[in-house]
Design a protein around this ligand. Structure first.
Ligand SMILES: *[C@@H]1O[C@H](CO)[C@@H](O)[C@H](O)[C@H]1NC(C)=O
Ligand SMILES: *[C@@H]1O[C@H](CO)[C@@H](O)[C@H](O)[C@H]1NC(C)=O
Ligand SMILES: *[C@@H]1O[C@H](CO)[C@@H](O)[C@H](O)[C@H]1NC(C)=O
Ligand SMILES: *[C@@H]1O[C@H](CO)[C@@H](O)[C@H](O)[C@H]1NC(C)=O
Ligand SMILES: *[C@@H]1O[C@H](CO)[C@@H](O)[C@H](O)[C@H]1NC(C)=O
Length: 951
């Protein structure tokens, strides 16, 4: 067959069927439905149906629909424009809920009372019908829980879009979220949930779901959809026929499901089938891969539902092979069983083709042509996003419920990061699920007593409930929050005494407690303060703190500082700190030796403040020669990274100060910015903006199962931005600066994956112009990134940074470490050179990008990287050259993205230029691995040939 894909066109054509045929909606039956699910466990939601309206029974399926009011907090109801309403239309299409102006970017429906770990079919329907009178069909994303599900692209006002997924639900509720991606207002017409037995669709498991691409019922096309009650699982089967090529076979007899049926295709589907009119021809069909920005290389699962419908005379046999893209996938010769459901399917998704052609071919022994009763095609949906810890979700959900917090508090509290709830601080440790560490509900109109659930947020470090209308007493359980370092209850109506546990925490300095302007609150168990007048202010707030507490704190801190001092004294006696270079750098960059006079614009922290910010230096997020980097929160909840110089640090005082001074002076969007510093006696620390996505090297290696692999476009943007940061140091600063420690662990990423260069401890100024190098007394930096001339002669130029950046760029292209064990330790430069010498870019490029890149763009990037790492420094490009070249790489890649997007959505055949190389490459790959398209079956099938045993 080849040519345009008919499965796809059938899907495209299917919507009108849905309208004409499934749209048997009655205005008739009126039913009030309580609770969320009906007795089958089905939830059928008519989105946008006013809360006051009764639920109703759908005329076709006899299923009960309810209003969505109990499932979602946001959005506005609209009616579809009358000219789009047809008499036969499904009633649930008549109205929509829309999330326009004033709504958050993510709006979620919560389906409750599910069973954690069970499998569900979730289906959402969308029909625009010009409900907003704007005649603008939107495009938006759907998320299922914390995972991207699909992009909904509404193309016509009168064409419904139906999306369906089969997933294992990780908790006792599931969330379907509509995400505004800036291409129109998200809306939804209806939402269905159907429980499935866990034995069904075994490919859907805890880490992957299935997204429906097609579900077809082969046989006479009478236009009738099969769904509930004919399919007890309420899947929607679209009729499919091709009278010019196929004849139809039907039977009035019921087709049975076998005992361990994995799909339970309904008899109504299985009782009809097609077979080629020309008995020597195969049955063929195809579909196009539908890559998207979010899922650039989707994998597919194909399920053929097969049953023999004719009682075969003795000597007759129906047996066929299944091939995908010309490769034998079911090689044993399959014979469907008479009046029993069988299926042939692939358990592992197939990847990498832009079109899949499936063919059912009779074996030489077969006397009858192949048969096909039903078909499902799914793409796989990785569901590896880790939701916020259950306990925190329950607690914060209870808090939201009690205080009726609206904000954008929908969906998972912390995930995805870009949609974390406003006012919530989350920690994203690599080894555990995200958890809530900060909560700012200041001035949020809270009233009533303090929820016990605050104390259930076990990881809470920061809690601000100031300026609300909270009443009642302060729960003592708060003192059990061992991580809590900041609690602000100022400006409420709280009464009673402050729990002794909290006072104790305050005394030992582990908690900053603010409770001023609570007229009825007692500061200790014995004496109650008389209600204060409006005069409040910080003075009052601190005045109520018992003096004893203050004294103890002061004494303690004095003691602490003295002890540290003593220790410091010992250290400095025993170790000699490298001095000269940093002070040179300083005097160059500041024009004065500013060792003693640190005057920076940034905020200055005391050591005690930093202790509070970091909760006693609890969570280490990084380490280096200078000491450790800690996670912290400022009073306003801003997350920061605190780099504390350790006393045993390799980094001298001078180097540390050099970094502080330099950073205070230099500002660039691609350099990590300094929020403040601490120079409190011998304590020195720098407070930086928090880069939530960590270092680039973690994304290129490790954390693979956590984060999705960076796309080529993302990688190029990171490379370009890092290059711009370096260019600024080299060209934008006077005198120019050399970073000296450029490496993937010093390139940090924020939540938007914006790249910023960090770690300026080794930064060095040099006088540009003719004399473009400086000599240093010793080699610093990181092995494998150092330019050969610097290693050999200690001669440092800005070309040393260019060399290191070249190594970084090679890592970005290959995903390999800068030194490989291959099996001997080999530098990445050598490794890439050897492979590229054979003209083979594919063997170099990170395989995890699955070929999804513009080949010229990758070649060019590898070429730039190798130029940067040439042995002779004068042959290396400048960072300005590198920036310009990388810009071109990015343009090539962006152009490709646009071209392929156009191709795929056009849904036509034809091979776009620039894509063929990729296809050819993947084909070679597949021919080498025979298992790529392996299919299996279940059913009572006696295969005629001997072959590998069924799995
Ligand atoms: C309900 O469906 C029946 C047939 O299925 C049809 O005769 C009847 O007109 C429908 N009622 C409404 C209100 O659409
Ligand atoms: C889910 O299925 C995929 C594909 O078969 C497999 O790689 C993965 O390990 C499975 N996950 C679980 C949790 O079983
Ligand atoms: C606080 O609650 C009291 C009692 O319900 C009410 O009278 C008062 O107006 C509220 N104040 C604010 C600021 O909401
Ligand atoms: C949506 O579909 C239309 C028509 O197929 C296409 O032109 C457009 O690019 C698509 N938009 C997105 C964001 O996929
Ligand atoms: C066809 O039949 C022959 C003879 O019975 C047998 O040896 C062979 O394996 C069969 N081939 C297939 C594909 O079943």
């Amino acid at each position: 067959m080849g040519g345009p894909c008919w499965v796809r066109s059938a899907i495209m054509a299917a919507p009108w069927l849905l309208l004409l045929l499934l749209g048997l909606a009655g205005r008739g039956g009126v039913l009030r439905v309580h609770g969320q699910a009906d007795n089958l466990g089905f939830i059928s939601i008519d989105c946008g149906l006013p809360e006051s309206a009764s639920g109703y029974v759908d005329n076709g399926t006899k299923l009960s629909f309810v209003s969505d009011a109990g499932f979602v907090d946001a959005g506005t109801n609209y009616n579809m424009s009358v000219e789009y309403i047809t008499p036969s239309m499904d009633r649930s299409f008549h109205n929509v809920r829309s999330f326009g102006a004033g709504a958050s970017a993510r709006n979620c429906y919560t389906l409750r009372s599910l069973v954690s770990g069970l499998k569900y079919l979730v289906r959402a329907k969308f029909m625009y019908g010009n409900y907003d009178g704007l005649s603008r069909s939107p495009v938006f994303d759907l998320h299922l829980g914390v995972n991207y599900w699909t992009t909904v692209n509404i193309t016509d006002a009168d064409t419904p879009v139906i999306v369906e997924a089969i997933v294992v639900v990780p908790g006792d509720s599931a969330q379907v979220c509509l995400v505004d991606t800036g291409s129109g207002t998200p809306f939804i017409s209806s939402l269905d949930l159907r429980p499935l037995k866990n034995s069904l669709y075994p490919m859907a498991n805890a880490t992957q779901g299935l997204v429906l691409l097609a579900r077809a019922n082969f046989g006479p096309n009478d236009g009738r959809l099969v769904r509930f009650p004919d399919d007890p699982h309420d899947r929607i089967w679209f009729p499919m026929s091709k009278p010019t090529e196929w004849s139809e076979i039907t039977t009035p007899l019921k087709v049975q499901n076998i005992d361990e049926d994995k799909f339970e295709a309904p008899s109504a589907v299985m009782q009809t089938a097609v077979t080629p009119i020309n008995a020597s021809k195969p049955i063929e069909f195809s579909w196009d891969a539908e890559p998207t920005a979010k899922d650039p290389a989707p994998g597919y699962i194909c399920i053929l539902h097969l049953s023999e419908l004719q009682l075969l005379p003795p000597g007759a046999a129906r047996q066929f092979f299944v091939t995908i893209n010309g490769l034998l996938s079911y090689a044993r010769g399959f014979s469907p069983q008479y009046l029993f459901t069988n299926a042939v399917f692939n358990s592992n998704a197939n990847y990498g083709f832009h079109q899949y052609n499936v063919s059912l071919n009779a074996t030489p022994n077969s006397t009858l042509p192949p048969i096909l009763n039903g078909l499902e095609i799914f793409s796989v949906l990785p569901t590896t996003g880790v939701p916020t810890a259950d306990q925190d979700v329950s607690a914060i959900t209870a808090i939201r419920g009690k205080y009726q917090v609206k904000k954008n508090w929908m969906g998972d509290p912390c995930m995805p990061k870009s949609f974390a709830w406003n006012g919530l601080g989350c920690s994203y440790a690599v080894s555990s699920p995200p958890s809530v560490t900060g909560l700012n509900l200041s001035s949020s109109g809270l009233s009533g007593n303090m929820s016990a659930s605050f104390a259930s947020l076990k990881g809470l470090q920061y809690l601000d409930l100031s300026r609300n209308n909270l009443t009642g007493s302060i729960p003592d359980t708060l003192s059990q929050l061992s991580s809590l370092t900041f609690l602000d209850l100022t400006g409420n109506q709280l009464s009673g005494s402050i729990p002794s546990g909290l006072l104790k925490r305050m005394q030992d300095g582990s908690l900053t407690l603010r409770f001023g302007n609570n007229p009825n609150l007692c500061s200790n168990g014995d004496s109650c303060q008389p209600p204060k007048k409006k005069k409040k202010s910080k003075v009052v707030m601190y005045a109520v703190v018992p003096i004893v507490v203050v004294l103890v704190t002061v004494l303690l801190s004095v003691l602490l500082f003295c002890m540290r001092r003593r220790k410091k004294g010992t250290t400095s006696r025993n170790s000699v700190k490298p001095q000269n270079e940093a002070s040179t750098a300083l005097s160059h960059s500041r024009g004065s030796n500013g060792h003693s006079s640190l005057c920076l614009d940034n905020r200055r922290f005391t050591y005690a403040e930093l202790e509070a910010v970091t909760d006693g230096f609890r969570r280490v997020i990084g380490r280096g020669g200078f000491g450790k980097v800690y996670d912290g929160f400022l009073e306003d909840g801003t997350q920061v990274a605190v780099k504390l110089r350790s006393e045993s640090s390799d980094q001298g005082v001078q180097e540390f100060l050099a970094e502080a001074r330099t950073l205070a002076k230099i500002h660039h969007k691609n350099l990590v910015s300094l929020i403040g510093y601490c120079k409190d006696r011998e304590y020195m620390a720098l407070v930086y903006e928090y880069m939530s996505e960590g270092a680039l090297h973690e994304h290129l290696r490790g954390r693979e199962n956590k984060t999705r692999c960076l796309t080529w476009r993302q990688r190029l943007r990171i490379a370009l931005e890092s290059a711009q940061g370096l260019e600024y140091l080299h060209k934008g600063c006077n005198p120019p600066l050399i970073h000296r420690d450029v490496k993937t662990s010093n390139i940090l990423l924020n939540a938007n994956l914006d790249a910023k260069i960090a770690d300026f401890g080794l930064l060095k100024a040099f006088n540009g112009g003719g004399d473009t190098h400086v000599s240093t007394a010793r080699v610093v930096g990181t092995r494998g990134y150092l330019a050969p001339e610097y290693l050999a002669t200690f001669q440092l130029t800005n070309k040393s940074d260019v060399f290191s950046f070249g190594v970084v760029l090679l890592e970005i292209v290959t995903g390999q470490p800068h030194i490989l064990n291959d099996p001997e330790p080999t530098s990445i430069i050598q490794w890439v050179q050897q492979r590229l010498a054979r003209g083979n870019i594919e063997s170099v490029v990170d395989a995890r990008m699955r070929g999804d890149y513009d080949i010229n763009s990758v070649w060019k990037a590898a070429d730039i990287a190798l130029k940067c790492t040439t042995h002779a420094p004068e042959q290396r490009p400048t960072m300005t050259d590198v920036v310009a070249q990388l810009q071109e790489c990015l343009e090539l890649e962006v152009a490709r993205g646009d071209a392929t997007a156009g191709f795929y959505t056009a849904g036509s055949g034809g091979n776009p230029n620039g894509y063929s190389g990729y296809v050819a490459d993947v084909s070679t790959d597949v021919s080498q691995s025979s298992t790529a398209f392996e299919m299996e079956h279940f059913g009572r099938v006696t295969s005629m040939s001997s072959g590998p045993a069924a799995r």
